[in-house]
Design a protein around this ligand. Sequence first.
Ligand code: 26V
Length: 809
Amino acid sequence: MQQLTSERLKEKIVNRLIIENGIDVNDATNKQIFYALSSVVNEEILPNWFNTNKHYEKTGYKQVYYLSMEFLIGRLLESNLLNCGMLASAKEAINELGFSPEEIFAEEHDAGLGNGGLGRLAACFLDSLASLRYPGHGYGIRYRYGLFEQRIIHGNQVELPDYWLKEPYPWEIRKEEEAVVIQYHGKVHMFKRNDGTLEFKYENTDKVMAVPYDVPVVGYNNEVVNTLRLWSAEPAFQDDARSQGDQSAFYHDLDHHHSIEQISGFLYPDDSSYEGKELRLKQQYFLVSSSIQNIIKQFKKTNKMPVSRLPEKVVIQINDTHPSLAIPEMMRILMDEERMSWDSAWEVTTRTFAYTNHTTLSEALETWPKDMIQNLMPRIYMIIDEINERFCKKIWFDYEELRDKIPELAIIAYDRIHMARLAIVGSFSVNGVARIHTEILKKKEMKDFYTLYPKKFNNKTNGITHRRWLLQANPHLAGLITDVIGPQWINRPKQLIRLLKHSNDKALLEKFDEVKRNNKIALANYIHHQTGILVDEKSIFDVQIKRLHEYKRQLLNIFHVIYLYNELKDNPNQDLTPRTFIFAAKAAPSYYLAKEVIKLINTVASIVNYDKEIQGKLKVIFLENYNVSLAEKIIPASDISEQISTASKEASGTGNMKMMMNGALTLGTMDGANIEIHDLVGPENIFIFGLTADEVLDYYQNGGYNARDIYNKDDRVKRILDQLNQGEFGIHDIEFKDIYYNILFHNDSYFVLKDFEPYLETHELVDRAYRDRLHWLNMSVINIAHSGKFSSDQTIKEYATDIWKINQV
Ligand code: 26V
C-alpha cells in the first residue's frame, strides 16, 4: 500500500473540508476533522475492499462466517489508521493542523453492539482474520441502540439509551440491493409432488426486510479488507392504505412499521440471565435467516456448484447458542428451496456448522417455549421437531446405556427447546474457550453428549488482538518493545518471548517503569477530570474492570477494601503501600444484587476518598460507563489485574490477557484462562489464591460449606458484614442489608467468605512485592513476554486449521 505522508494527509483533510463543508481547516470543529479524516481513510480502504471481494469471488476460497448476536467493536478510526499503516502520519498531520489526535478520535461514538466478553471476542477475531489474510466475515445485527450508557447518580447505576446512530456512521455502507425477506408466523401447507417428495408452502406470513449495512474489516498492512455485515429490519412492502386515505389503516401501518423496526431496535443488555422474550427470539431468527440466505446466494454466485457441496466452500461458526436457529434454517432452505432430501440436507448442514460455548452458568442457558417457536416460525419448529425425533431414536436404538438420559439430552423436552442441545447435534465441532472450561464441558456440563460425540469436542483458548490492545492502546510500551527485540513481534506476537532475555536488564526495566508511570499519570488525569478525585500515580493501580456479576466477585474486592480501611482506622500509621482501587462495570438493568454492589463500591469510595485520617493511603475509583474506549485508557495503566471469579465459573476471561499484555500482574483464582497464564509465567510471576474448581464443584455437589461459621469465627468478616447490615457503611441511611442476607442466608453461593482470608494474604504479598521495584518490573516483563500466546492471531490460526480448514489468501 502506498503510504501517505503527513503532508499529503494534511492536504487531503484540508481539501475534504473545503469540498464537504465549505470551510477552512482553521474554522473546523473536532467533529468535522473526524469526518474528514475518516473519509480520507475510507478512500484508502474502499479499493482494497472491492479487490478483496473480487479476489474471493474469482478464486472461490473456502470462507468462514462468524455468526454472532454481538460485535463489540468500539471505535474504528484509530484502528483503521493503524492497520492501514497511517496512524503515525495521521497523528502528525492532526497535530500540525492544530488539533489533538486524542480529541479527534474521541469524536467517534463507540459501537457498543455487545454486552461484554463474547461480543468483544467476536471483534478481536475479525481483526485477526483479516490481519492473517483469512477469508472470514462477521454477520450481526445493526442495533439502532447499543448497550446502554451508564451514569452513576448518588452512587447508583442509571441507564441511558445509547443512540449511537444519531450522527452518520462513517464506516458503514448500506447495500439495499442485497436485502432479503424474512418470514414470521403464517401457516405451513404440505403437498406431495409427483415424484413422491414433499413440498412445503407458507401462507399468510409476516414479511420483514433485512437490509445489510457493511462495515470494512481492515487487515494489518496487508491490503485485505473483509466484511462485517450488519442487518437492519425494515418493512418489506409499502402498504397502500395511506394513499387511500384510510385513517385507521394508516395508524395500523405506523404501528406495524414500528414493530418491524423494533427487531433491530436494541441490543438486549443482559448477559447474566436468560429471559424468554419473543422480541429476542425474533432478533435471533432475523439474524440467522438473513445470513444463511445470503451465504447460500453468495456460494452459488461464486462457485457454480450444487449446494450439496456447500461444506467444501463454507463453514459457519455460531457464537454461543444465540444463532443456533441457523441450523434448522439451513435445513429449511436446502429442503424447501433447494429440494434436497432430509438426509442430504442434514449431511450438508452438520458438515457446515461449528458451535462455541461461552458459559456453563445454568441461568444463561437458552431454552425457548416450544409454543413460541411454533407460533413465530412454524416451519422451523417442524424441522427442529424432526431433528429431535431422529436424534432421540438414535439414542434409543444405538446407545442403550443412555436411554434413561433421553429427557436430559432431547432437544425438545417438557415443552421447551434446548438450544445448546440443538447446536451440539447440528454441528461437527463444539468448543469451549479455555482449557478448564472445555474440560468442564466434557466431564460435567455436556458429559453425555461427549459420550455420544467424543470427536466433536475441542478446546480453543480465547485471545485478544495485540494490535488494538498493545500497539494502539499502549504505543509507548509497543515502541519500547520494538526498541528491545525489533519489530517482528508485531506480525508474530509469540516473538514477545524474546523479551525474556532482557527481563533482568536494570537499565531497561527502568524504561518499562517510566512507560507505566506515564500511563498511570495519564489515567490519573482522566480520573481527576471525570471524578474530581486526585490519585497518586505512585500507588498500586489495582484494577477490576468487567461486567458486574456475582460470580466475578467484585464484592470480594470491595470487602478487601473495607477491611483495609477498618485496619487503617484502627491504626492510621500502618505500613501500607498506597493503593488505588479502580473499578468499572455495568450491571444488567434488572440485576438487583449487581446494582447493590455498584452502590456499595461507590459508597465506600465516598467515605474512603475523603477521610483525612488515612492519609491518602487508599483511594477507590468507580469509572462510569465501562466500554471498549475506557478499557483502552485503563489497561495500559494497570499494575494489578483482578481476576477473582469463583473457580469454575469464568469460562475464560479476556481482560486477564489484555492486562497481562500491558505488564500488569494477575491476582486471581485458578479459573478460566488464568490457569493458562499461571502455567506460562510460573507461580512466581502471578498471585494465585482461593478454592480450586474441583473444590468448588465438590462443595456444590456434597455440601460442607457454611458461610455463617466463617462469620462467627473471623472478626474481620463479622465486622464488615455487620457494617453492611447496620448501615454503618452508609451515608444518608444507605444500608446493604440485601448483600448481608444474601451472604448469610443463602450461604454465600460464590464463596466470598471462604476465599476472603487467602485473598487478604495474597494482597499482602502484592503489597510487599511492589516495594521491590526491580523485581516487580522483572515479573511484569516476564508476563508481557508470555502474552503473545494470547494474541487472537494464535487462536484464529487454531480455529482455521483444526475446525474451519481454511487457508490464508
Ligand atoms: C448470555 C445471554 C443470556 C441470555 C440473554 C442474552 C445473553 C447475551 C449474552 C450472553 C453471553 C454470556 C456468555 C459470555 O459472555 N461469556 C463470556 O465469554 C467470554 C468470551 O468467550 C469469556 O471470556 C468469558 O469468560 C465468558 O463469561
